[in-house]
Design a protein around this ligand. Sequence first.
Ligand code: TXD
Length: 319
Amino acid sequence: MARKKIALIGAGNIGGTLAHLAAQKELGDIVLFDVVEGVPQGKALDLSQCGPVEGFDAKITGTNDYKDIAGADVIIVTAGVARKPGMSRDDLLGINLKVMKAVGEGIAANAPDAFVICITNPLDAMVWALREFSGLPHNKVVGMAGVLDSARFSTFLAWEFGVSIRDVNTFVLGGHGDTMVPVVEYSTVNGIPVPDLVKMGLSTQERIDAIVQRTRSGGGEIVGLLKTGSAFYAPAASGIAMAEAYLNDQKRILPCAAYVSGEYGVEDLYVGVPVLIGANGVEKVIEIELDADAKAGLQVSVDAVKELLEACKGIDGSL
Ligand code: TXD
């Protein structure tokens, strides 16, 4: 059976890390695409030379021509500009919307059957715009945010309780921004809900609230430290987990920015919800029971995403 094909649109910090992770996991052959000449080609050559050392077989190529993504099974989009200190994710809207238009048209013309994972910020708006511009089915276009936000939440909880990250499972809903909703009640350590661990005296509500807030500002914390860009290792690992769920039909339940049409009382919008990802892409939106606080938090997130979409429509009349 021929190897799968993974196209990475954007060969920057996340794109290069995606390529390395996909190669190490032998998910398939990899095409790095970028508008900057030399960068995708240079990174592809460098990564190919990891093969003999790390023992992976993967054909890794770089290109500036969309024709080379033809037939891709999975496309992961990081094209655009990243944040610098003092910039919000929403500040990237105008620039990255134009990029999504070019990327959407490139995908529509060359790889319309791919499963597309959008990473570019502001994520909740960019994944919606990418779906509009590409015209792909809603279940084949999804945004990566919740897997990263949940990973941040899990890391901080594992440190708090002094347990293995393997035993921590968390739920983060809503948008990829200050309005995200880490759902403490559904977050567990080896099946024990976090509120029960607080009752058992293993932490306090104040400390858990501080962890929720640190998760919300997890991206900004790293931008402030790096100063030259934003996080890219965990975002890449998160995008690869979603790609693997599709390529290997894993039927994973993952928090993603997915299209909802009625679920959670939301119509015709991309928002962070738990979904089941398998060989047919987003196969199901999982509707969990939310308490009043989580419901209110999700509504704030939905309203914020709707505002971003209105801004997109104001910029590009074709949306
Ligand atoms: O959780 C999440 N979704 C976020 C997403 C987590 C971290 C970073 N987030 C966003 O991903 C970030 O705000 C950016 O919008 C993207 C990519 O972040 P990255 O750190 O990879 O940015 P880089 O290193 O600047 O790489 C972007 C590449 C760069 O090589 C540009 O030349 C290229 O995108 N680029 C393009 N490629 C193709 N087509 C066009 N038009 C284009 N414009 C720029």
